[in-house]
Design a protein around this ligand. Structure first.
Ligand code: FAD
Ligand code: NAI
Length: 329
């Protein structure tokens, strides 16, 4: 009997790999530094209900992902979101409808990771700081100095900058991860006691601090008393204002929102800000996953592919495929 496989990161990439390995009869053990699963697809509980501050929706273009999303839909984990879509640029705020199918987790984004995790063994609030190999097996150390193991293989499924240190045993993999720059995103949620008088439910923004905004209640299954909006700043603005206090970020992005939305904007009854330090890879890669199969060290994440939800899922599949192929050539 092989020792279990350690998976560091319970975002979609880690969970996608975990599902494949578990389905192939292998034992997995997951770790995440956060209190729950989902990573950048997690939802934050707040006074205004549950909010998707990270991934807003996702598209499915690869045939394999299309099929899996259809299964998620049949199980009630996801639903289509068809907002009144707008576009804001130098010509102002204009409707921008299209035919693209967009998906969201129901009743919140984190429903997907929660369902995928199921009853798999997981350690939350456990930040792995070291991954090292003994003569035959791998061991992990966490930030509190506890050891974990032995494992027959390790799969690192974190954003690239957080993966680099964990890959010290395989300098080539560490070098590849270190070459990936990931850009930050400031996210702000504003809740209004009275619904805003606008038809806008989502908007792609060009020019200025904002990149995107969405009306939470337009997504299927969302509740909460306020009319809550999620605003995302551009990578450039977020980088320039990385260390701005949260109150100031809220004030600036509220101002940018007021300028473009085209209706009266009262003071919000509720506001919060969240900084995603490693929100998206600066450039695209086509690695699928990275591996040193002889050592038993595998790496996956959105940054190995498209930097989107779909890329994270496909990358996790690819890492698992390579591990299984190595064990059963
Ligand atoms: P993550 O979700 O980041 O998961 C990595 C996990 O590893 C995290 O849970 C983290 O806590 C954990 N971790 C890190 N280091 C350690 C450690 N040392 N020890 C233990 N655990 C660790 N994509 C779309 O397709 N559509 C969108 O609309 C969209 N909007 C986005 C908006 C924002 C603001 C952000 C931030 C992202 C958005 N994305 C969007 C991107 C999408 O969220 C990601 O591509 C996807 O969720 C990445 O999944 P992942 O598993 O690769 O990484
Ligand atoms: P998509 O096809 O809906 O959007 C891709 C891009 O096309 C959009 O960013 C937008 O610029 C443009 N676009 C699409 N439909 C449009 C319309 N009707 N009107 C005007 N412009 C339109 O979805 P896809 O390809 O799955 O992309 C995911 C989204 O996630 C992107 O918007 C991306 O910016 C966002 N994202 C945000 C991150 C962040 O940190 N803020 C991280 C990763 C992804």
């Amino acid at each position: 009997m092989n020792a279990p496989i350690a998976i560091i990161g319970t975002g979609l990439a880690g969970l996608s790999a975990a599902q494949s390995l578990h389905a192939a009869g292998l034992e997995v053990e997951l770790f995440d530094k956060s209190r729950g699963s989902g990573g950048r697809m997690a939802s934050k509980r707040s006074d205004a209900g549950s909010l998707d501050l990270g991934a807003q929706y996702f598209t499915a273009r690869d045939r394999r992902f299309v099929e899996v999303v259809q299964q998620w839909q049949a199980r009630g984990w996801v639903a289509e979101w068809d907002p009144q879509l707008y576009h804001y640029n130098q010509n102002g705020l204009l409707p921008s409808p299209d035919e693209q199918v967009r998906w969201v987790g129901t009743p919140r984004m984190s429903a997907i990771s929660r369902a995928l995790l199921g009853a798999l063994p997981v350690h939350f609030s456990c930040r792995i700081t070291e991954v090292f190999r003994g003569e035959q097996h791998w061991s992990l150390q966490d930030a509190e100095g506890n050891g974990h193991g032995p494992y027959s293989a390790v799969l690192v499924a974190t954003p690239a900058p957080q993966a680099t240190n964990l890959l010290a045993a395989a300098p080539k993999l560490a070098g590849a991860a270190a070459s990936v720059i990931m850009e930050p995103t400031w996210a702000v949620a504003l809740g209004f006691a009275t619904p805003l008088e606008t038809r806008v439910e989502a908007c792609f923004v060009q020019g200025g601090a904002l990149d995107w905004l969405a009306r939470n209640r337009s997504k299927p299954g969302r509740d909460g008393g306020f009319d809550t909006w999620v605003l995302h700043a551009t990578s450039a603005w977020s980088r320039q204002h990385l260390d701005l206090p949260k109150d100031a970020v809220i004030e600036r992005l509220h101002g940018a929102f007021a300028e473009l939305i085209g209706c009266a904007l009262p003071a919000p009854a509720f506001a919060l800000a969240h900084r995603w330090l490693y929100a998206r890879p600066a450039g695209g890669h086509e690695w699928g996953a990275l591996a040193d199969a002889d050592l038993g060290l595998y790496v996956c994440g959105d940054w190995c592919l498209s930097g989107r939800v779909e890329g994270a899922w496909l990358s996790g599949q690819e890492a698992a495929r390579r591990l299984l192929e190595h064990r059963n050539p």
